[in-house]
Design a protein around this ligand. Sequence first.
Ligand code: PGA
Ligand code: ZN
Length: 444
Amino acid sequence: MTDATDATIATVRGRRVWDSRGRPTVEVEVALANGASGRAIAPAGASMGSGEAVDLRDGGNAFGGQDVTNALAGVNGPIASALRSLDAYDQSGIDRLLMQLDGTPNLSRLGGNALVATSMAVLHAAAASSRQPLWRYLAGDDAVRMPLPEIQIFGGGAHAARRVDVQDFMIMCPSAGSFSEALEWTAEVYRAAGAIMKRAGKLQGVADEGGYWPAFDTNEEALEALTQAIMDSGLRPGEDVGISLDIAASEFGRNGRYTLALDGRTLDTAQLSDMLGRWLDAYPIISIEDPLAEDDEAGFRQFTQAYGSRCQIIGDDFLVTNAARVEAAASSRAVNAVLIKPNQAGTVSEARAALRAGKQAGFGTIVSARSGETEDVTIAHLAVGWNAGQLKVGSFSRSERMAKWNEVLRIEEALGAQARFSGWAALPFDHSAAAASASCRTNS
Ligand code: PGA
Ligand code: ZN
């Protein structure tokens, strides 16, 4: 007879499923002795930091070399054997074991994709066993806030055949009263942006994360269209709705040289920083991710010193969800926010450690999806349950994106009157002080 309280792992099973780019990816299903089970799917990046956990692919001819039979063999072989009979509630012990089992610093033997899907599946199984929704299981007795969503309107960079250099043109609605209202405002802006593209004869479908395909002649034209879309929605740029950019500068720069293909220019660190600074003055930008390349630590420091008092400056490729790197960036003040992508770290516990290091430093913390996604909604629960304050999922179209937004709506409903929206408080700068000095600039 099975013991209903026995949360030991009975089976671990990996299977190949397909992601939002039509590529193979790893799904893992974990069943416990008490009958509870959990399932999770690994996402995949396109603009990856060099310090990320390795996304293990077969190479060869099948599916453009993207098949995952080796990663699955690891799940169904050594990982399944090692996890059998372990306590699913011991997430950190299991994650430590997974890293030891791999044994390489970048998880290249078993693959970060095999590990993260397993780690998240164990987490889901434990939550199911405790008969709680995942976000509640993660939060325990701690207070949670509904995350401020960061939602893409135009997609560029590696997600749109480099049609524009900047990767994400997003919005944030920190003045909304709730997560659901932030989505309502975003829906209006997304629609208005589509109408602007259509009128200009530039509506050409969507990029990898569901943002409009950026048929712009310059990077700045996208900023102008986005500001216009906010105004066309009857919302105040910079007050109700702010712009958030992911420059993803590692994609077009290294060794302090940055080549903007669209604008036909090569810039050094200071010139790129100055250009972004001018954009900050001219447009209602409240957040910038990876303004410089992952190898440009000095550039990050100078940029954050110059603009960190009025803008969130996020490290993604630069910090790769690594607690030690976050701690180093905190002491050198190289950023004031960190992106948390579980598959960059390889396990739930490593991702949580990076988030904790960010919070410890007073950073903004943003749980993030990847450009290759699926119906898996784990990150929606991580953002709420870890009280991250912010969530980045891509755009406001395509179901692999909407599944996450809709899941947060359900959580907000479940919290009812207790639901608190993070709003401006999620951002690591003083909005009222920044707004006051911006109006001084305009008045002078
Ligand atoms: P990726 O892009 O998932 O393709 O790496 C997302 C990001 O850079 O934030
Ligand atoms: Zn990024």
